[in-house]
Write a new protein. Structure first.
Length: 304
């Protein structure tokens, strides 16, 4: 099998192996997207280590540069990943510079991205994340299809509190947002209740679980238990969903930039008036480039 070339990038510590499968033979392209291979590659002790593999494929939409397929660390597939998309945009633009805008196909549809460049390299990306999906059918979750889930009482298995209030939002992938009283509580509950909320019966495709503390109308502290990954240092779609939930519940204001502080650093989120779209701005960085032998598990890294 041809050695696999990949680039490891991160957005606020949410790290990914980006693989351009357009350059690979059919056998290698299939192997790197196999769930067992993804789990091995993302293993931080026995593999390369990462929160997921991002497969760059041929675009499906006219005008798009490429398609991003998101494979979680557990081998499952996600519809969308905000931090991952910024990493893919940097990967594509740095290799073929041109223009201030790029469209990338995702499981949530084609998304327009604005690139911010310094010294010929992308340093940050603004993603137009599109319209937040707010009905139970769109998220998806159980219950009346056209109804919203805003501050609904939910019993989470193992939760001594009995019930908490959850607001559900889809940013192309499902999110369940719970607001808590402090940043420390957000971390503790993400660790202890995140797995149970991810697999709650209300969410047939599971869900990302957000634990958020509103410090002010323009500042939110957030810890995310990501579906298929566990706690990560940052989650772009989770930050967007949380900002939307804060606006829906009167804790923040549409049309105002909100700083969402994650363990890996801040993202700037703006929820448009009328909830027509959500803008996410944040960094993307290269960690290293390397080759790996998928047959033998041997790696040879070189500086990016």
């Amino acid at each position: 099998m041809t050695p696999l070339r990949f680039t490891k990038l991160h957005g606020l510590g949410n790290d990914f192996l980006v693989v351009d499968v357009r350059d690979l033979d059919a056998r290698t392209a299939a192997a790197v997207q196999d769930p067992a291979t993804v789990r091995w590659l993302c293993d931080r002790q026995f593999g390369v280590g990462g929160d997921g593999v991002l497969a760059v494929r041929a675009a499906r939409t006219p005008g798009a540069t490429a398609e991003m397929r998101v494979l979680n660390a557990d081998g499952s597939e996600a519809e969308m990943c905000g931090n991952g998309l910024r990493c893919v945009v940097k990967h594509l633009w740095d290799r073929a510079p041109g223009g201030e805008r790029m469209v990338v196909d995702t499981g949530a549809g084609p998304l327009a991205c604005g690139v911010h460049v310094e010294d010929g390299k992308v340093t940050s990306v603004t993603v137009d994340m599109g319209r937040p999906r707010l009905t139970r059918a769109e998220i998806p979750m159980t219950g009346p299809a056209g109804e919203r889930c805003v501050e609904q009482p939910i019993a989470i298995p193992g939760d001594a509190a009995g019930e908490r209030k959850v607001t559900a939002v889809s940013m192309g992938n499902p999110h369940a947002v719970v607001f808590v009283d402090s940043a420390d509580e957000a971390r503790r509950l993400a660790e202890t209740l995140g797995p149970a909320l991810e697999r709650h019966a209300w969410f047939p495709r599971k869900t990302n679980a957000e634990w958020a503390h509103v410090a002010s109308r323009r500042e939110i502290d957030l810890v995310v238990w990501e579906r298929g990954c566990g706690i990560t240092l940052a989650c772009g779609t989770g930050a967007c969903a949380t900002a939307v939930a804060a606006c829906l519940t009167g804790r923040a204001d549409p049309g105002t930039e909100i700083t969402v502080r994650l363990p890996g650093g801040p993202l700037a989120i703006t929820v448009a008036a009328g909830y027509s779209t959500v803008l996410m701005r944040g960094p993307a960085r290269i960690v290293f480039e390397a080759e790996i032998d998928l047959d033998r598990g041997a790696t040879t890294a070189r500086p990016a």
